[in-house]
Design a protein around this ligand. Structure first.
Ligand SMILES: [Fe+2]
Length: 278
């Protein structure tokens, strides 16, 4: 079974480029059976749901599944909606893994692969220890505020939001006693994917990238691979028997930093997308 993965398509910020069409074309080229998108599709929940539906329509023979990212959860374009209302929109969407376990069978190999996940959240555990709780709760440092603070009500109590996400993901995983399971979150499950603290401000802002509790949770279940996004890196590493994949497309303004031969959108979609064969 061929499982393609990509994240952080940011279809609005990358509006000048046909990222949905290019993602579909690359998944077809790779002969993918499943395509997983690990969040940050847009900053407007209606648009995110629409874009994922469009991707699934272009790829009728591929099982397209996604989780929302922190940007998808913003109420920037719909201030009348609460974070809970936005979350319910995703958990009611058939293509979204929030609240569900999806599976795909490979008859030849007599194998059933399960896919599950959700946004995940952050508990500040990735921050350097020299920041106070009060500072971290303010989500502001050096005149910069982590944007979730403005557009997501969960930031009023990040600990509660993180615990809630962990218990939701655990209840989904507990329905997957048999593997292999592919876990999908937007937030980082491992510290190794954080931004190096040598980069200005990141000893603080890494606080809002995820939680190692996701890794601890994944280890309790037959999770073969875990996909995430959020940090806009493209990295793969193995930890405690789990293959961790961070396949971010990111903003077009970041593409020149990747050092590829050119900055064509198709080149970056091909570089970001990872293929896992089980
Ligand atoms: Fe992103």
């Amino acid at each position: 079974m061929k499982i393609a993965m990509i994240s952080d398509l940011h279809t609005d910020i990358n509006e000048a480029y046909p990222v949905i069409e290019l993602t579909a074309a690359r998944a077809k080229e790779l002969n993918a059976d499943v395509l997983l998108v690990a969040g940050d599709i847009s900053e407007d929940p209606d648009r995110t749901i629409r874009e994922m539906r469009r991707l699934a329509e272009i790829l009728p023979d591929v099982a397209v599944r996604y989780v929302p990212g922190n940007h998808d959860m913003w109420n920037k374009h719909c201030p009348e909606r609460s974070t809970e209302e936005i979350y319910r929109m995703y958990s009611g969407d058939i293509l979204c893994l929030s609240g569900q376990v999806s599976s795909s069978a490979d008859r030849e190999k007599n194998m059933k692969v399960r896919f599950t996940g959700d946004i995940g959240w952050y508990d500040y555990s990735f921050a350097s220890p020299d920041h106070s709780r009060e500072e971290l709760d303010s989500m502001t440092k050096g005149g910069r505020t982590w944007q979730d603070k403005f557009f997501n009500q969960w930031t009023g109590d990040n600990d509660a939001a993180c615990s809630d996400q962990l218990s939701r993901i655990e209840s989904q995983l507990s329905a997957c006693r048999e593997g292999p399971v592919i876990a999908v979150t937007h937030m980082l499950p491992i510290r190794e994917f954080c931004v190096p603290e040598s980069q200005e401000g990141w000893g603080f802002f890494n606080a809002y990238l995820g939680t190692e509790k996701l890794h601890e949770l994944f280890r309790k279940y037959p999770v073969a691979a875990a996909v995430c996004g959020h940090v806009h890196y493209r990295k793969v590493l193995q930890k405690d028997g789990i293959l961790y994949i961070c396949p971010c497309l990111g903003y077009h303004t970041e593409w020149p930093l990747c050092g590829l031969a050119d900055n064509e959108p198709a080149t970056h979609v091909a570089d970001a997308m990872q293929l896992l064969e089980l």
